[in-house]
Design a protein. Structure first.
Length: 391
């Protein structure tokens, strides 16, 4: 199995939105509002936030088929997503035919950029539903008031395990683990025991073998930083990073350079056999017919990422928007998440692909931090890390 576009798209997710670009977001928001107003007067636009008006709803009537609406609903729902979102066209077509809802997908950059745009356009939302707000930015979105409550009847199938808001403004859709990946062949060839823990990575026998990503420009880089903060605590994580720096860790701006260039276990055949990636990455390196994976994830170095969807405050289609949330939790949509987005479905009844079940186990005890803690400290943690690593 070759490195898939879904795997690459997942790894390229950026961690945040550069401050220098906020003015551009504001200007884009003004333009969007103007176009939206014009669209309302002329019957709508291809990127606007509206469609046919649906009834208000605080809870859905979804089913496993992915449609909680009557086929005669005839609404248009704009789904705002980050740039790692993908859906099997056949799955989306079935939902649209069954529900009578047309879904327009509007991609708004990486997760940090997307949340920033939602905040700037709060008074006149870009769409009706948002997908892809993860636990590193969920606190920011909730505090800004850009979402409204919705409780899906399908949440008890697994989504409610990851509930972070008592008002149910965010519904978990998928999750994944950011972990250090290891090139088994390198360590076998060099007769060197593989590391297994965060602490091991700073040991002299692994000097100059590890590559990670910058948390200010990379989503997996930010997740790994948060994992070290959770593991070593607010008073210990900087000392740990100093030890990694002294041990020759290489920092790349993004996942693509780290995984596909510097990592020895992937296409670039680089010189570093340890890389920050995902627990779901190893299946992408397994060739057809192989019974073992040439790479693996160090499950004691993982940070749990959880992605959420929500109904945008101010939507003109609250009923249809809720039905789209139900669709995102449907068995049909959940089953295609691994192949399309390289994440794990929250629905516990949905089986994983056979290669995932064998080569991509979930971390039993991943590191976690509360969304409130992340939101309160994310910027200062990144600044402190930057000062430490560039000093």
């Amino acid at each position: 199995m070759n490195l898939t576009s879904a795997h690459a798209r997942r790894g390229r997710r950026l961690a945040g939105f550069p401050r220098a670009a906020l003015l551009a977001v504001a200007l884009a928001a003004v333009t969007s509002m103007t176009l939206s107003s014009c669209g309302a007067a002329t019957g709508g636009s291809t990127t606007g936030g509206g469609g046919a008006t649906g009834g208000s709803s605080s809870s859905g009537t979804g089913s496993d088929s992915g449609s909680g609406a009557s086929p005669t609903q005839h609404a248009t729902v704009t789904l705002i997503t980050d740039d790692s979102f993908a859906v099997d066209p056949a799955v989306l077509d079935r939902f649209e035919k069954d529900s009578g809802i047309t879904v327009k997908i509007l991609t708004e950059g990486d997760v940090g950029e997307m949340v920033s745009k939602l905040i700037v356009t709060k008074g006149n939302p870009l769409g009706d539903v948002v997908y892809g707000i993860d636990n590193t930015f969920a606190g920011k979105a909730l505090a800004a008031g850009v979402l409204e409550p919705y409780t899906s009847p399908l949440a008890p199938k697994g989504a409610d395990t990851y509930t972070i808001d008592p008002e149910h403004r965010l519904t978990a859709t998928d999750y994944g683990d950011v972990c250090v990946n290891v090139d088994h062949r390198y360590f076998t060839a060099h007769h060197l025991a593989e590391p297994t823990t965060f602490e091991d990575l700073a040991k002299p026998e692994y000097k100059n073998l590890f590559v990670a990503e910058d948390p200010s420009t990379s989503s997996p880089g930010l997740a790994f930083l948060l994992g070290t903060i959770a593991h070593f605590g607010p008073d210990g994580w900087q000392a740990y990073w100093k030890s990694l720096k002294a041990n020759g860790v290489k920092i790349d701006s993004g996942w693509t350079d780290a995984y596909t260039v510097d990592f020895s276990g992937s296409t670039g055949k680089g010189d570093r056999p340890l890389v920050v990636s995902y627990a779901s990455s190893p299946p992408s390196e397994v060739k057809a017919g192989d019974t073992t994976a040439p790479t693996g994830a160090l499950l004691s170095t993982c940070f749990r990422q959880i992605e959420y969807a929500g109904v945008l405050a101010g939507t003109k289609n609250p009923g249809a928007a809720g039905t789209v949330i139900d669709f995102l939790l449907s068995a049909d949509f959940q089953a295609q998440i691994p192949a399309q987005m390289y994440m794990y479905p929250v629905d516990k009844s949905v089986p994983l692909p056979s290669d995932w079940a064998k080569f991509a186990p979930i971390a039993p005890h991943p590191e976690t931090l509360s969304t409130a803690d992340i939101d309160a400290n994310r910027s200062q943690w990144i600044s402190a890390w930057t000062d430490l690593m560039q000093g």
